[in-house]
Ligand binder design. Structure first.
Ligand code: SF4
Ligand code: SF4
Length: 302
């Protein structure tokens, strides 16, 4: 099978599996990122996420992660919810409404990898979904999925940014796609709207200031000044995506695994009365377990 045919079959299958975009890049070192990543870590913008310091070389170079790899296949999977939360209730980021995306999207990625292996037996590859040292956004940009916006997220024309990224890194040689051009232009809406000034420069986030980090990753108690900025966010934050003009194109996902439980209708009182058993009933298998009951409860009190 020639690589053009292989590529078009992979694209077709990715669409059947619900991926809204699929792009290809040559698996080589991301040399341009070395200095940026070094600076970002040196400045401590990763805060208590010590794991960001690990596997520095692997993060830059997929050939150290997957033996003999030749191609990174980048994939995007829509999570924009079918139903949104009540306006006046503690807020959860949209990506966390349903089942844990690591599993959902990885399942789809595995099916795609198995399909590729059925076409080309003996293909070696691995599927990644935000779970290993892979610079997902940089690969997504290189492969034409979208550009890295000033809010540091991948934005796709006609789609927006409410999607997960995944990668299949494999040993097949497939013609790479062209990188996408940047369409942020003179817009600064995300920078202006961020309540904590966490977007410190174009595409650079100081994670220690970001509400997502504060409500999910930070294990030590929040400072009073940090609590002041939460503005009812109890898990993640969507502000810099909600204000992005490209997200007017968002349309709901058709994957029912991202459909939220009854909590989506809860008001303040119902959230405040939530006990451990109810938390487990509503949120087992969702990203909220990453923060856990105690942290969520604490944020409700803050
Ligand atoms: S997620 Fe919220 S806090 Fe973080 S950069 Fe975006 S707007 Fe700012
Ligand atoms: S809000 Fe504007 S500047 Fe920010 S990512 Fe979207 S288009 Fe780019």
């Amino acid at each position: 099978m020639n690589t053009e045919t292989l590529k078009s079959l992979i694209l077709q299958k990715s669409r059947e599996l619900g991926f809204l975009a699929c792009g290809f890049s040559k698996a080589t070192e991301l040399a341009d990122e070395r200095e940026k990543l070094t600076e970002w870590l040196k400045k401590g913008y990763h805060g208590e996420m010590g794991y960001m310091e690990n596997h520095f070389e692997k993060r830059l170079n997929p050939t150290l992660l997957v033996d003999d790899c030749k191609t990174v296949i980048s994939l995007a999977y829509n999570y924009f919810p079918q139903k949104l939360q009540k306006i006046n209730a503690p807020k959860v980021a949209k990506y966390a409404y349903g089942e844990d995306y690591h599993k959902v999207v990885k399942d789809q990625g595995f099916i795609l990898l198995q399909y590729i292996q059925s076409l080309i037996p003996g293909t070696k590859g691995r599927v990644f979904v935000d779970s290993a040292p892979v610079m997902e956004r940089q690969w997504a940009e290189k492969s034409g999925i979208g550009w890295i916006g000033k809010n540091s997220l991948i934005i796709r024309k006609g789609i927006g940014s409410f999607f997960f990224l995944a990668e299949i890194i494999c040993d097949l040689e497939i013609k790479p796609d062209k990188a996408t051009t940047d369409h942020c232009g003179t817009c600064n809406a995300c920078i202006d709207a961020c309540p904590t000034q966490a977007i410190i420069a174009d595409k650079v986030i100081d994670a220690t200031k970001c509400i997502s980090y504060l409500t999910i990753e930070k294990r030590t108690d929040l400072l009073e000044s940090e609590k002041d900025h939460l503005n009812q966010w109890i898990f993640g934050c969507d502000i810099c995506q909600d204000v992005c003009p490209w997200n007017r194109f968002s349309s709901p996902t058709s994957d029912n695994r991202f459909t939220p439980n009854q909590w989506i209708e809860w008001n303040h009182d119902e959230w405040n009365l939530m006990e451990l058993e109810q938390f487990n009933n509503q949120f087992e298998g969702t990203p909220l377990t990453r923060a856990g009951f105690d942290k969520i409860k604490k944020q409700l009190e803050d």
